[in-house]
Design a protein around this ligand. Structure first.
Ligand SMILES: Cc1cc2nc3c(=O)[nH]c(=O)nc-3n(C[C@H](O)[C@H](O)[C@H](O)COP(=O)(O)OP(=O)(O)OC[C@H]3O[C@@H](n4cnc5c(N)ncnc54)[C@H](O)[C@@H]3O)c2cc1C
Length: 466
């Protein structure tokens, strides 16, 4: 569609002040933090801006925008806070970016039922701060809490650092309000649990902007915990540490944090607290004082029986202090090094082999500089591994593709899931059919039924249809 007409139509529909072609705004909203998008922009020294950015201030604004977009077959890309790392946002020239950053109010807190209603564009840290002022917490602490939105968490099925106790975002979501791609507003009911057919809010969890725009969420909350206890243990190997976590989870204990760093990461982050070749486990327990004390003792017994050695509070304190500090991708790219993370998960029966296989396959690549891993989100049935790698070479984009290919193939070969919490976006889309197998059909049918013109975030998760 002709851009001038698009701008005039959207201005008339929503108010000209909500429709922007300001170059700085287009630049700030056209992509997420996927390292390959950043690299292409640095390498090519330019980017093609989207058609415009529309600022949504209400669910009704989103409904008007999508009704218009469906009628005119205009592609729309929702923008939460842009912290996604998989290329979920890469707005091409014909795209309208639906900017949720000003749909950002905490609507209410129900202190009796322990629920809160929040607009989708509120930043995670602001939401948590507002809850804390009232004596509550969501319990969801992604490393990106300062730069991700509460709606983006749902769209990507995010996991926070304290997930082993409080669960991931799907465990915290009670209800959603969303706008379908034809502009229809839908709302699900908040209940402690329901047996009223399929759980329809699940459609939006992990939808990555491909099935509509989520505008409001009802989340579970809980009182700020009474006590916190920090511990850490070193293990002779990653495998020994994984076995200790398995036994803690199997015993019914739920420390908020169980993070196991392999030898490379333990030496990098906790040098001085581990011997050469050792893995390090950080444990944070929180909740009622008596429960925390009992959990701490039980975890210590299990870890020591599994070959662990207590390393006191200091490594856990260090982790808590530094947990959201990350070096910028840009600094590495400027030195000709591409850095990224790949988080996968598997059942306990396969996770050790999967960890070994991913490292082995990636280390075969001549351009690889380093690869390492840690486990950060555990369940009675299994855990995740969060791999980090750095690689060089003459063609960084080709190197990057080879690193991902090696990790994804080794994960699938060992029955792992290709993403634990970052989502699919563009980077994992080629492996989604293998991940979902016969159920890939359900995803395609869902997309076709809900978004028949394929206007919502084309190119993410599934192939473009418009
Ligand atoms: C330094 C850093 C640390 C990170 N740590 C974690 C972590 O600990 N745990 C974790 O899970 N992730 C983490 N991430 C990844 C990222 O923060 C999450 O994926 C987050 O949930 C994205 O939220 P966002 O609001 O920034 O979404 P965006 O990047 O804006 O969007 C992500 C996707 O969701 C869609 N979308 C966003 N909002 C909506 C909406 N309201 N309705 C419909 N679709 C929408 C977008 O179109 C896009 O496809 C990290 C990222 C960085 C850069």
């Amino acid at each position: 569609m002709d851009t001038a007409k698009l701008l005039a139509d959207l201005g008339a529909l929503l108010g000209a002040d909500k429709v922007s072609r300001d170059p700085a705004r287009l630049a700030a909203r056209h992509r997420d933090t996927w390292v390959l998008s950043l690299w292409r922009k640095m390498r090519d020294k330019q980017f093609l801006p989207p058609a415009c950015v529309v600022t949504l201030k209400s669910t009704e604004d989103a409904a008007k925008l999508l009704q218009y977009a469906a009628g005119n077959k205009v592609p729309v890309v929702p923008f939460g806070a842009g912290s996604g790392v998989c290329g979920g946002i890469l707005a091409e020239p014909e795209v309208v970016v639906a900017d949720l950053t000003e749909l950002n109010r905490l609507l209410w807190v129900d202190e009796v039922s322990l629920t809160a209603r929040v607009e989708a564009g509120m930043l995670g840290a602001e939401y948590e701060r507002a809850l804390r002022e009232r004596g509550f917490s969501m319990g969801h602490f992604p490393q990106s809490i300062d730069c991700s939105s509460v709606g983006g968490w749902v769209a990507t099925r995010a996991a926070g650092q304290f997930s082993t106790k409080y669960g991931c975002v799907e465990d915290m979501l009670l209800a959603v309000r969303a706008v379908l791609p034809d502009g229809t507003i839908v709302e699900t009911k908040a209940a402690p649990r329901a047996s009223a057919g399929p759980d329809l809010k699940q459609i939006f969890l992990g939808s990555e902007g491909t099935l509509g725009i989520v505008t409001e969420l009802t989340y579970r909350i809980h009182p700020v915990p009474e006590a916190t206890q920090l511990r850490s243990f070193s293990f002779p190997s990653m495998h020994a540490g994984l076995e200790a976590i398995r036994l803690v989870m199997r015993g019914g204990w739920r420390p908020a944090v169980l993070r196991l760093y392999d030898d490379v990461e333990a030496a990098r982050h906790f040098g001085g607290h581990v011997d050469e070749g050792e893995a390090l486990l950080v444990v944070v327990s929180e909740g009622a004082r008596t429960m925390v004390a009992a959990e701490g003792d039980a975890v210590e017994q299990i870890c020591e029986a599994a070959g662990g050695r207590s390393r006191g509070r200091a490594p856990a304190q260090k982790w808590l202090k530094e947990r959201n500090v990350v070096p910028s991708f840009e600094t590495f790219l400027e030195q000709g090094i591409i850095v990224d993370t790949i988080e996968v998960a598997a059942l306990w029966g396969r996770i050790g082999e999967l960890y070994d296989a991913v490292l082995e396959e990636m280390r075969k690549l001549p351009e690889l500089i380093v690869v390492s891993g840690h486990s950060s989100h555990s369940y009675p049935q299994g855990t995740n591994i969060y791999f980090s790698f750095a690689a060089g070479g003459d063609d960084l984009e080709a190197t990057y593709a080879r690193c991902w290919e090696a990790a994804m193939k080794a994960t699938l070969d060992h029955d792992g899931t290709i993403s634990h919490h970052h989502g699919i976006g563009r980077v994992r889309a080629p492996w989604l059919p293998a991940e979902l197998g016969s159920s890939h059909l359900l995803l395609r049918l869902l997309k076709r039924a809900i978004d028949p013109h394929g206007i919502m975030n084309p190119g993410v998760m599934l192939e473009k249809v418009c």
